[in-house]
Each structure stands twice: as C-alpha cells, then as structure tokens.
Design a protein around this ligand. Structure first.
Ligand code: UD1
Length: 430
C-alpha cells in the first residue's frame, strides 16, 4: 500500500506555534540494536524511535535468532544461544545500516555472510573499508557475485592498527564493535567523530568493553579476547536525534511564529545553529531545547559546506536548500561526503525554487522565491523531509508521495506536525 502526505501550505506565512519533542536518534538506535550481537544476556533500550528502519533492524535481529520485544519506545533484545550468521538478504539489501551488524556477528559467532547492502541512493556507497578492516583483524573474506562470507580465524579476531582512508561512520562503528571482542589492542585512525559513536562506546564500556577516544579521530580498543559483553540488567537510553532536531529547527525558521524544539541536544547542532543565526534566524538555545521565533528582518543567504561531524551534516543539506530558497541572495551548497545528492533540485524547481546544479558536488540556490504547490515524490529519507518543508512554505495544497521514505526516518510525522497548527494528512495512493 503506497501512501502520500497532503500538506496545506502556509504561503510563506509564519504561523506555527507550540513545542515539538525530538525522538531517539535513528542512527544511534540502529547501531545499538546491531551491537546486541556482542552480548550474552538481555539488553533493554529506551527511547527507541518507532520508525521503519528500526523495525527492519529488529527483523534482521529476529532473523538472526534473537528475541526482540517492543513496548512503546522500549525494546528488549534477548540474544540466542547460537546466532544464525547469514544475514537476512531481503532486509540487508534494502537497508545500508544492516552492514553494521556484520562486525558484532563476526566477533561473536566467528562468521558472517551478507549481500552487498542497499539503502538510500546517495551516489556510490562502497564497503571496501569494512572489508579492509575485517582483513586487518585477521578475518578471511570471500566475495562471490556481490555476496560476502567473512570468517574469523580459529583463535578469534586479533587487534590491529587500521587507518581509514575515508572518514566513514558505518566503518568506524562496525570495526569498533568487531574489535571490542578481539584479542589484543586495536587502533582505529581517521575515524568518524559523530555523537552517536560516543554514545555507542559508552554503552559498550558499561558492559565490559574497553574503548577509548570515541569522539576523537583515533579510537583505541583493548579487546575482551572473545568474552561476550554483558548488560547486567542495565537499561540504555538512545540519545536524541540531532538530524530530526535540525530538520525541525529549519522548518521552524521558515514557518514558525514561536516553536520550541524540545528533548534535543543543541551541542550536537553547532554547525547548523551558527549558520542559521548568521542568516538572521532568531534562535534561543537552551540546555535541551531550541526556540525559534519569527523575526522582523528578512533572512539572508549563507553558503553551506557539508563535512563530517562536527561540520555541517550532509543529511541536513536538502532541508537547508529549502531554507535558502527563502533567503535574500545567492548561496552555494558544497556537498563533500556524497555525489548524487542533489536529485531534489529538479523536483524543488517545480515548486518555484531556483536551483542550479553546478556539478555533482555543488548546487546554487537563488532566493528569495515564492514557492507554490506541487506533487512531489520523495527520493530518500532526508530529501523527503525537505519536500515536506517546501510544501509547508508553499502556497496551496501539495502532495508528497512515497510517505514510507519519510517514515523510515521520522516517526508519525503528520501527527507531530499537526500539533504545531499545520494541516497535514496521510492518504492512500490508489
Ligand atoms: C551514515 C549515516 C548517514 C549519513 C552518513 C554520513 C547511518 C545509518 N547513516 O551513513 O545518515 O549520511 O553517515 O554522515 O548512520 N565509504 C567508502 N567505503 C566504505 C564506506 C564508506 O568509500 O567502505 C564512503 C561513502 O561512499 C561516503 C563516505 O564514505 O562517501 C561516508 O559514508 P559513511 O560515513 O560510511 O556513511 P554511512 O555510515 O553509510
């Protein structure tokens, strides 16, 4: 069943009011769940967002033999005696984050097999760093027709010094997880520094792992020598989703009279809030909230350059492009992480946005432009939300098809946005 969102645009007026709480981080929840394969006992997670990708990760764990019970935003995982080391192919092919499960599985069960992972189409997304890392930890990797079988040596994985030539979130996490149970010391260099990685390291350390340096560019792990981790009846809370929070702040900057994004971690959003303030957005940054109030002065354009954390997140560049359509002046967005992440430009042009893709890494946005209603089809999770924001700013009623892509990243978005005074509903596409 295909669904779409129908949004009554505000025609550029700033009328939204109220509070919108942020849910747990998708990109942390997926990895916390994947790391369950390192454990010997039951683990309880709180603040797990009820989104498509998390449901798929739970399915992946179930298919591998775990018992997964959901009670609202609490998820309990009971590892099996013996893991089924062949990852469910259908899920793995549809979700890129499934690859993070390969590290824990290899470390705990000594073997893992999986197809080349799928996911959002964001240019080329290879897995060479994972393969290089597994090999350095002593594993043997066999590839046949895009299907991988990875085996640890009889004696288990051993520590290694691994330099990642490209900063990769998924490779950092996967190798950190695998090394957690290895024999000896692993040094991971040029790693990603995302807050989710710090949270994951803290979680594993509370359960018997020895990981230092998460949040810096070098992580040192002293492996447990094959001893599984133990949650010891502790409960772990997923950190707030900085990308959801950032999207809501961008939306509020364009459409709010007075909106407060609550239950968030503003310290994780420095790159965004600095740029928005420079553009003239009125922000009040609290301890765990960001309040956005409509200002008198017009917004002015700011150039954006995506970068690994703590730089400007690539996942917020599509929503930011919509923001720039409402600012005075020209601005470029330089995308440094992916190529092929400007597919939204053509679609947004149909709403009246003035965007020119200069090359696979650079788009020029001219503002301000009046946006008008359009029927759009969401191409990926983050651009999908950008389309929703464009529809909210636009005049008239717009349709955003492929609602499931937005559901993959944002829980019950229509209900939550409605509380701010927006008219938005979900409809089946016939
Ligand atoms: C994660 C996030 C995603 C975000 C991205 C970059 C999750 C579930 N997803 O994705 O939302 O957009 O970080 O911040 O956490 N690369 C290689 N070889 C590899 C692995 C990656 O060349 O083996 C390249 C990728 O093609 C890309 C760059 O490294 O150009 C960064 O990608 P990576 O950080 O790995 O992204 P993900 O972990 O997949």
């Amino acid at each position: 069943m295909r669904e779409k969102f129908l949004v009554e645009g505000l025609g550029g007026k700033k009328t939204l009011r109220g509070e919108i709480p942020v849910r747990g981080a998708k990109n942390a929840a997926l990895k916390f769940l994947a790391a369950s394969a390192l454990f010997e006992d039951v683990i309880v997670f709180e603040n797990v967002p009820d989104i498509e990708d998390v449901r798929r990760m739970k399915e992946l764990l179930r298919a591998a033999g775990a018992e997964v019970v959901t009670d609202g935003e609490r998820v309990t995982v009971t590892p099996p005696e013996t893991w089924n080391t062949a990852l469910d192919q259908t899920i793995a092919k549809r979700m890129r984050a499934s690859i993070v499960m390969t590290g824990p599985m290899l470390a705990r069960a000594g073997e893992v097999s999986f197809p080349f992972p799928g996911g959002c189409v964001l240019g080329e997304r290879p897995i060479d760093l994972f393969i290089m890392g597994f090999t350095a930890l002593g594993a043997t990797v066999i590839e046949e027709n895009d299907f991988f079988t990875v085996k640890a040596p009889e004696a288990g994985l051993h520590g290694a010094k691994i330099f990642l030539p490209i900063v990769s979130v998924g490779a950092t996490e996967t190798l950190m997880f695998a090394a957690a149970l290895a024999h000896g010391e692993t040094i991971l260099e040029n790693v990603a520094m995302e807050p989710e990685i710090i949270a994951e390291a803290e979680f594993l350390n509370a359960c018997g792992a020895h990981i230092e340096g998460a949040g810096t560019s070098t992580i040192r792990i002293v492996g447990t020598g094959g001893v599984p981790l133990s949650a010891n009846s502790q409960t772990f809370t997923i950190i707030p989703d900085r990308l959801e929070a950032g999207s809501f702040v961008i939306l509020a900057a364009l459409a709010a009279d007075d909106v407060t994004v609550t239950r968030c971690e503003p310290a994780h959003l420095g790159a965004l809030t600095t740029l928005l303030q420079r553009a003239g957005v009125n922000l009040e940054i609290g301890k765990d909230s960001i309040r956005v109030r409509a200002g008198e002065t017009p917004l002015t354009s700011v150039c954006v350059r995506t970068h690994e954390y703590p730089g400007f997140p690539t996942d917020l560049q599509a929503p930011m492009a919509v923001f720039l359509t409402q600012c005075e002046g020209d601005a470029t967005i330089l995308e440094t992480i992916y190529d092929g992440r400007f597919r939204y430009a053509e679609d947004l042009a149909r709403t009246g946005a003035d965007m020119t893709v200069m090359n696979p890494h650079q788009v020029l946005v001219r503002g301000p432009r009046k946006l008008t209603r359009a029927n759009l089809e969401s191409p990926d999770i983050r651009a999908g939300l950008a389309y929703l924001i464009a529809a909210i700013v636009a005049e008239g009623t717009s349709g955003i098809d492929n609602a499931y892509l937005i559901d993959r990243g944002y829980a019950h978005i229509e209900d939550r946005l409605s509380t701010l005074g927006l008219t938005i509903r979900r409809e089946e596409v016939v």
